[in-house]
Design a protein around this ligand. Structure first.
Ligand code: PGA
Length: 246
């Protein structure tokens, strides 16, 4: 199965900058990689023509759990689909922390995405305080069981392990920590019937750590913030993460 390299652009890039990035990325994605781009909503239409084909895709950073209606400021799954998007992040730690999104809301989003034929990328991860209190495993299990409650197991599902303390901080998780968290997530997913789900690592992933992290069992790819904003750093991360020489 192809290894996923998912770019979370957050609130960065205009439509013009998004097009320039994707022009630059053209023909540079090595085989064996599936590249997914998550731009802000005003860039959806700009990225769509560039991201067609089996190893390319794109999606929303956040979706509301109803297709339309009186939901000021929200993003619609129906619009995403109409433009050709196929994926959506759910429960990124910035959504959980800054926007106060809780597990039950995230669960409704996951189920709505599935029923809309979109692939959810459910983000889970512990804060530094939770890790220091020894709560990492219980936090991950509760985020998984709440987020995936009553979710159909037959459709494609992607989970991203993103320790909150490693996001945007330059502080990457230790290989042993990534190994343990991904093993726990795999065990949980297998036990709940989500066989074949893909598990991404996110949190200060960069070209110089992607090789080592990419070799860890149950790491099926990366969710990348900062290092996905520049074509050269994104492409070197992909090559290192795949283990192909640059
Ligand atoms: P980062 O962000 O790579 O800049 O740490 C990752 C993320 O927020 O998904």
């Amino acid at each position: 199965m192809a290894r996923i390299f998912a770019a979370n652009w957050k609130l960065n890039k205009s439509p013009r900058e998004a097009r320039e990035f994707l022009e630059g990325l053209k023909n540079q994605v090595p085989s064996g990689a599936e590249v997914l781009i998550f731009p802000s909503a005003p860039c959806w239409e700009a990225v769509a023509p560039f991201l067609k084909g089996p190893s390319l895709g794109w999606g929303a950073q956040n979706i509301w759990q109803e297709a339309q209606g009186a939901f000021t400021g929200e993003n619609s799954a129906a619009v995403l689909k109409e433009l050709g998007g196929g994926f959506a992040l759910v429960g990124h730690s910035e959504r959980r922390q800054i926007f106060g999104e809780q597990n039950d809301l995230l669960n409704r989003k996951v189920r709505f995405l599935q029923s809309s034929g979109l692939v959810p990328v459910l983000c889970v991860g512990e804060t530094l305080e939770q890790r220091e209190r020894g709560e990492t495993n219980s936090v991950l299990e509760s985020q998984l069981s709440a987020g995936l409650k009553e979710v159909a197991t037959a459709s494609r599902m992607i989970v991203a392990y993103e320790p909150v303390w490693a996001i945007g901080t330059g502080r990457v998780a230790e290989p042993a920590q990534v190994h343990e968290a991904h093993k726990l997530i795999r065990g949980w997913l297998d036990g709940a019937g989500f066989k074949g789900s893909q598990i991404l690592y996110g949190g200060s992933a960069k070209a110089d750590n992607a090789g080592e992290l990419g070799r860890i069992e149950n790491v099926d790819g990366f969710l990348i913030g900062g290092a996905s904003l520049d074509v050269a750093s994104f492409v070197s991360l992909i090559k290192n993460g795949l283990g192909v020489s640059a």
